[in-house]
Ligand binder design. Structure first.
Ligand code: SAM
Length: 287
């Protein structure tokens, strides 16, 4: 444990008010940050990427749990407070001012066991997550990510539920995800309008992961873009891009033409993506 001043004192001393434009809602409860830090497992010796450390509440908990942290923060106002934390943990916290969407995380972290643990900014949480999810080779051993509760539910949703859609299919094609902890809005300063939740994600083994995300994106975009329609109708746009028909894709994938997107499990969408890729590959090269 370090001898840093309490977080609220640091926030007051540096005049760190929350900026809505940056999606800033701070977690100052030490019990909660300690719990989140450990949700994915033991952090001793793990290199952790933290996006959006803000004043550093979760950062402190990650360091206390034994992690070596690289923290990427876009808002320059937080850098001095974060540098104070770095000075109290020599060699264990690297602070980078920048946009996490533009950083090369595996290059920053280097060798060894790696994780992403973050209270993600709402406006860029989903693109950051899908970017890490689709990365090949997979460079992270696990992720523990806080989202708006509704996004967390969409990531972990099962077929047949209203939350089931592209995020659940992409996730299941690449990883295992569980909703590990719900956090009420009142736990944050200032409180957001909605509750949050932490999702813990672990990658599937290499031979179990589906790699053709372009094909999967194409069929799911078409299917869920018109989720109430039968797939023989909603898949027309994707089928046209591969010079085939929706019916042919569905037959190849062993899915009823009258099925609707939300009843097809991730394995079914992967079969559809394979059928789409096969059809696309046989289209004459002028297309
Ligand atoms: N981790 C802190 C906590 O839990 O108290 C703050 C979390 S707050 C929800 C999100 C943080 O992400 C803010 O500090 C914000 O400035 C930062 N942020 C927003 N967009 C970012 C981006 N594109 N790259 C890096 N940080 C970003």
């Amino acid at each position: 444990m370090s001898t840093l001043p309490p977080l609220r004192e640091v926030i007051a001393a540096h005049g760190l008010t929350a900026d809505k434009g940056f999606g800033q809602h701070f977690l100052l409860d030490l019990n909660l940050t300690a719990k989140i830090a450990r949700l994915g497992g033991d952090l001793a010796g793990v290199k952790v990427l933290e996006v959006g450390p803000g004043p550093g509440g979760l950062t402190r908990a990650l360091l206390d749990a034994g992690a070596k942290v690289t923290a990427v923060e876009m808002d320059a106002r937080f850098i001095p407070a974060l540098e104070e934390i770095a000075a109290a943990h020599p060699g264990r916290l690297t602070v980078i001012r920048g946009d996490a969407l533009k950083t090369d995380a595996p290059a920053l972290l280097g060798d060894g066991r790696k994780a992403v643990i973050a209270n993600l900014p709402y406006n860029v949480g989903t693109p950051l997550y899908t970017g890490w999810l689709r990365a090949e080779p997979v460079w992270w051993d696990f992720m523990a990510l806080m989202f708006q509760q509704e996004v967390a539910q969409r990531i972990c949703a099962a077929p047949g539920s209203s939350a089931y859609g592209r995020l659940a299919v992409f996730t299941a094609a690449r990883a295992h995800a569980r909703l590990a902890l719900k956090i009420p809005a009142r736990a944050f300063t200032p409180p957001p309008r909605i509750d949050s939740a932490v999702v813990v994600v672990t990658p599937l083994k290499g031979d179990e992961r589906y790699g053709d995300m372009t094909a999967l994106e194409t069929v799911t975009e078409s299917a869920f873009g018109q989720r109430r329609k039968m797939l023989r109708s909603s898949l027309k746009a994707a089928a046209a891009k591969a010079g085939t028909s929706a019916e042919a894709l569905l037959e190849q994938a062993g899915i009823a033409p009258t099925a609707r997107a939300e009843t097809v499990d991730p394995a079914g969408f992967i079969r559809l993506a394979r059928a789409w890729r096969a059809a696309k590959t046989t289209v004459p090269s002028t297309r």
